[in-house]
Design a protein around this ligand. Structure first.
Ligand code: AHM
Ligand code: MG
Length: 329
């Protein structure tokens, strides 16, 4: 089985990008170790703090964020990082070529119950002719990502990675190496599986209610097939399932806080997951248009997400084209 770095070099990946991905994996391995120790390391529970989005920070959110920051900002290739757990971007090497955004530990409400969580990351290049350090350097549409991926910390730790030419998966071996375990991942175009937090049903747009209603109607309904539902509340685990066997995952706009486009964040959740999904032959949208084309206005911007098997996502988009939207622009 091929080592991550050997695989990337063999496929002519930019050598500096390979170096950066290896550095990122040093941090992810450390996070995997901390997670494995669990309660033994005294890392469960919450801190006294909340992050910029007003959410309680788990101890492991903060530990994972610190590990990633320390490893990345110590590297000459990294101009700056932006994280779900940092109010503002943090800058490193002034000559650094890359910017990294990350959700250090996504799905962290699952930590205390020992269910899968993950680190999501997105790599951008510093734009040519960029001026001094500022958040503007990061505000590039997702199509400009040079690499993106996640590490799922589940029964095994798995890296799903794209450098813009397909998606490959690498499993963390006991030797500490990531080894290629799935090459050129392709998402089936159709599916009978959906994932949505049903408890928000009454807050959705009419189009989403119609769409899910038709899935629930099963073989007797207009979709003429029986669907199965999953909800792990851990986006990394949901996207991993979609990449592995297809499906549709959505966290749509809802009326609980109508000014927010959704719950998930564009720069370190929506964009990296969308690049993986598109590179594996799937579709990733806001229910109206491709997430990768959204023009970011701020680093913690939210986005509605509907991603997965191409035909199913396009059917969902069709419902949104047919039914008047209640979102106030
Ligand atoms: P987080 O980044 O604070 O962990 O929140 C993101 C997570 C996603 O992993 C998951 O899809 C979603 O929140 C679950 O939300 P809910 O608890 O509303 O179902
Ligand atoms: Mg998250």
């Amino acid at each position: 089985m091929q080592l991550l770095s050997a695989y990337l070099k063999h496929h002519d990946t930019d050598t500096e990008l390979v170096e950066l991905i290896e550095i990122l994996m040093v941090a992810c391995k450390e996070i995997a170790l901390q997670l494995r120790e669990g309660a033994l390391a005294g890392i469960h529970g919450t801190t006294e703090d909340t992050n910029i989005q007003g959410e309680t920070q788990k101890k492991l959110d903060v530990i994972s964020n610190d590990i990633l920051k320390e490893v990345l900002l110590g590297n000459r290739l990294v101009r700056g990082v932006a994280s779900e757990e940092e109010d503002n971007p943090v800058f490193g090497h002034p000559e650094g070529r890359f910017l990294v955004t990350f959700d250090p530990l996504d799905g962290s409400s699952n930590i205390d119950i020992n269910v899968s969580v993950g680190t999501i990351f997105s790599i951008l290049e510093v734009p040519e002719g960029a001026g001094e350090d500022s958040v503007d350097l990061f505000l590039q549409p997702g199509r400009r990502q040079v690499a993106a991926g996640y590490v799922l910390y589940g029964p095994s730790a798995v890296l799903a990675l794209t450098t813009g030419t397909g998606v490959n998966m690498f499993t963390l071996a006991h030797t500490g190496d990531f080894l290629l375990t799935r090459e050129n991942v392709q998402i089936p175009h159709s599916t009978k599986e959906f994932a949505i937090n049903m408890s928000n049903h009454r807050h959705w747009e009419p189009a989403m209610r119609n769409y899910i209603g038709d899935l629930l109607a099963g073989a007797e309904g207009p979709r003429e097939k029986n669907y199965n539902m999953r909800w792990i509340a851990s986006m990394v685990a949901e996207v991993h399932r979609v990449l592995t066997r297809g499906g549709i995952f959505t966290y749509p706009w809802d009326s609980r806080d109508p000014r927010k486009p959704g719950k998930l964040r564009l720069m370190y959740e929506g964009n990296p997951m969308s690049l993986l999904i598109e590179q594996a032959g799937g579709r990733s949208t806001t229910c109206y248009s491709d997430i990768l084309d959204v023009d970011p206005q701020n680093i913690h911007q939210r986005v509605a997400v509907a991603l997965g098997s191409k035909e199913e996502v396009e059917t969902l988009m069709h419902y949104h084209q047919e039914t008047p939207s209640i979102i106030q622009q």
